[in-house]
Design a protein around this ligand. Sequence first.
Ligand SMILES: Cc1ncc(COP(=O)(O)O)c(C=O)c1O
Length: 352
Amino acid sequence: MSSTTEEAVVPGCQFASDNAVGACPEALRAFVDANVGSQASYGNDRYTTVVADRMRELFAADCDVYFVFNGTAANSLAVSTCCQPYHSVICADVAHLETDECGGPEFFSGGAKLLLASSSHGKLDVSSVEELVTRRSDIHYPKPHVLSITQSTEMGTVYSLAELAELGATAKRLGLRVHMDGARFANAVAALDVPPGEIVRAAKVDVLCFGGAKIGLPIGEAVLFFDRKLAADFAYRCKQAGQLASKMRFLTAPWLGLLAESAWLKHARHGNAMAARLAEGLKKIPGVEILHSTDANAVFASLPDGVHRGLAARGWHYYTFIGPGSARFMCSWATTAAEVEALLRDARAAAG
Ligand SMILES: Cc1ncc(COP(=O)(O)O)c(C=O)c1O
């Protein structure tokens, strides 16, 4: 790779991303266990069938389930199934769809346009969604057709069921399909402490991208179609986009480890708890301000320059490019309380 926005990570010294940590033991064991004998390829193996069934049980829904390599592909391909090229997709101005997918949703949908709704702490402003949809109805305006909701949000907040119900009802009243970017869906389930199906039903989600990598898979995301008609040609989209794994069992078997005994939820709860602990500690440091409610596994804070310098000198890694003037500290299944305390010690020392 010639360049990347991800900084090199010093082991044990990172709060940059939940992508930077390794695979959780449950997923890794299931990956190794799947390396026995031969299996049918391209998703016709028994692991893939079983995982899809487990997903249907988990969501208490008769959904269609697919597996792709990453979140950009999941979002882009899921959105493209909901759209014609002349349609528009409403998403938050801070949505990953808009800021970090290199035009993937527009490309894979053959030209659908993203319309950016204003947001507060990462959450869509319902009146802004409504305004974008009703602003015009002439043929020169890309016809609004999809609402994309990120749960948990890019700012580490989590929509309540009531907020999701309002968004879902608005979307359906306005004739929109609902896509959910659930790259950190597990953290939202842990935060709300409700069955996952309640979240998708509250928001009237047609298609959910359920993140696996950030919660402990070595690689991969699931795409769940609650409106199964939308999934009709999805396999072709995956194949054409280079997202159909030939040895699919290695993409799907790790989900078995993650789903067994609710390991995914245990890891999500842990990541959320580490973030809460970090936020509590940071806000006691003079000059530090927590910028968004720490609902899930991310802490956003504004830090004095001296604290940034001190943390950098001690080798800590975190993002400073998401939201103006803010530092993002991301916790994960692998974050330890000792790491949180070490970071806080260094931040306190740097604050003097
Ligand atoms: C909100 C959100 N959606 C989707 C993704 C998935 O992106 P990727 O293509 O890197 O897996 C990410 C990754 O950071 C994300 O934060």
